[in-house]
Design a protein around this ligand. Structure first.
Ligand code: SAH
Length: 477
């Protein structure tokens, strides 16, 4: 192909389009044409069961039989997907002489139009073409953009479209309109639409029409970064990382996750370490407030999920009290990630009907726990903790009747390349942690299901078995 393609979006709504070929490819083409409102005819001797259903339901017309020249009398566009090169050559020659736009699937030479790879955020469509040179590359780009283009783009375009005439009337000056749109496209309107609050989004747009030159209103997104593996981040989280002006992150957030942040975002570590609080919770609150009041989009980034032992609740209470708008994006909490990456199902029909998440960060928090309930059988206990509290934990559980033979798994650096899993039984818990010098961040999974780690492990190195300790020595240790 010599010259470059002229991009164009065709309005096929209510217009006849012909698909020659009734196999899987023909079916996919017919489906996307139907979505665009085309009047679809599929011409082929045989068609797929789905196409047949559509024909019976009157959604498409089926011209049963071999291709005939007069099939080309009606349509505006033709797609040939028969796999028969001779037939394709014949259709191409006919289409050329009749000035009909033709796409021959996987045949750049014979096609007069190409069907791009599409990111659908109706009414917004992003189309990518490699001009027939490298369809795989176009597909790869599509996948990347699919992740980056927020689903809220569609509702936002619809809303702005519905209000467009009013906006023009209100702001006849083009420069003013541009300033308005700059604001409208980056502010709270999207955030409201994302929550499904269309009426409030409309009201916010009206308000913005009055005050788009006022100082920017900042906001905070509370984002769960997951346990470390950046692949466990949500798509919404990835987009938030791409849009942030300031990122306040905790020590547990992995470097790989931070690497996904917008290049020019200001990243501030607000490290909190047990017993060594570099930044107090009050200082974190003050930082959020200061940046949000300066009109910035603040990302408060926390390990795991912000609402699981993450003090996310306190931060929202503070933001609400100071009238700072916020959103919450969940993350994969350590319990889910460590269990998954250690091959431990948290519930199992044969072993555990319930899961409890508890934290044992200090003696104080241990004293308030309901040990009788925690020591129950057939439940999985997941303990977020300082590894220093293992001895107290073991002692209390044994004293309240949990069997000394209950399996445990200690997952250190879960989901990260350096992940280690130490397995054993409750009596040997402390010894096992010492034997392998288990360090923070580590998570304890205790219960019958932990015994499955040895057979179901799949990630990183195989579990390390702690040497057996007799219950008697263990109890007195
Ligand atoms: N909000 C976080 C938990 C914060 S409390 C979440 O939802 O995961 C901190 C504790 O979480 C750590 O002491 C450790 O017990 C656990 N933890 C967090 N990330 C971990 C990881 N990658 N591997 C093992 N444990 C982890």
């Amino acid at each position: 192909m010599s010259s470059k393609l002229y991009p164009l979006f065709a309005n096929v709504s209510g217009r006849p389009v012909l698909v020659v070929g009734g196999g899987g490819v023909g079916e996919r083409k017919a489906a996307s044409l139907l979505e665009s409102g085309a009047v679809v005819t599929v011409g082929a001797p045989e068609i797929t069961p789905t196409l047949r259903q559509w024909a019976e339901a009157g959604r498409i017309r089926w011209r049963q039989g071999r291709f005939d020249d007069d099939w080309l009398d009606e349509p505006w566009l033709v797609i040939a997907a028969t796999g028969d090169a001779d037939l394709h050559a014949r259709i191409a020659a006919l289409a050329q002489s009749r000035r009909l736009w033709l796409n021959v699937v996987d045949d750049t030479e014979r096609s007069s139009f190409h069907v791009p790879a599409v990111i659908d955020r109706a009414p917004v469509t992003v189309a990518i073409s490699s001009g027939g040179h490298a369809p795989m590359l176009a597909r790869l780009l599509r996948e990347r953009l699919e992740l980056l283009i927020d689903p809220v783009t569609g509702p936002l375009a619809t809303l702005l479209g519905d209000m467009r005439a009013g906006i023009r009337r209100k702001l006849p000056d083009m420069a003013a309109r541009r300033r308005f749109y700059d604001r409208a496209l980056s502010g709270p309107i999207q955030s409201l639409l994302r929550r499904g609050q269309r009426a409030l989004a409309e009201a916010a747009t009206e308000r913005l029409l009055e005050s788009f030159d006022a100082p920017l209103q900042g906001s905070v997104i509370l984002l769960g970064a997951g346990p470390g593996d950046p692949g466990l981040l949500t798509l919404r989280g990835l987009r938030a990382l791409n849009e942030a002006d300031v990122i306040l992150y905790d020590r547990l957030v992995s470097r790989e996750v931070l690497a996904l942040a917008r290049r020019d975002a200001e990243c501030v570590e607000v490290a909190k370490q047990a017993g060594n609080h570099h930044t107090t919770q009050e200082q974190i609150h003050a930082l959020m407030l200061q940046h949000a009041r300066a009109g910035r989009r603040v990302l408060r980034l926390k390990g795991g999920d912000p609402f699981v032992f993450g003090r996310g609740g306190e931060e929202l209470e503070f933001l609400r009290a100071h009238d700072i708008p916020y959103e919450v994006v969940p993350g994969i909490t350590a319990a889910l990630a460590c269990a998954a990456y250690a091959g431990i199902p948290l519930t199992h029909r044969d072993h555990a009907q319930s899961v409890r998440l508890v934290t044992a960060h200090c003696q104080g928090s241990l004293d308030t726990l309901d040990w009788r309930a925690l020591a129950q059988e057939r439940q999985t206990l997941v303990v977020y903790m300082g590894t220093s509290e293992l001895a107290v934990l073991r002692e209390h559980l044994l004293a309240h009747g949990r069997a000394a033979s209950t399996p445990f798994a200690l997952v250190e650096n879960g989901s990260r390349p350096e992940q280690r899993v130490v397995v054993g039984t409750l009596d040997g818990l402390v010894k096992g942690a010492e034997q392998y010098a288990v360090r923070s961040p580590a998570l304890l999974i205790l219960g019958e299901v932990a015994g499955l780690a040895s057979s179901l492990a799949w990630f990183g190195r195989p579990p390390l078995a702690s040497s057996a300790v007799s219950p008697v020595t263990a109890l007195t240790a």
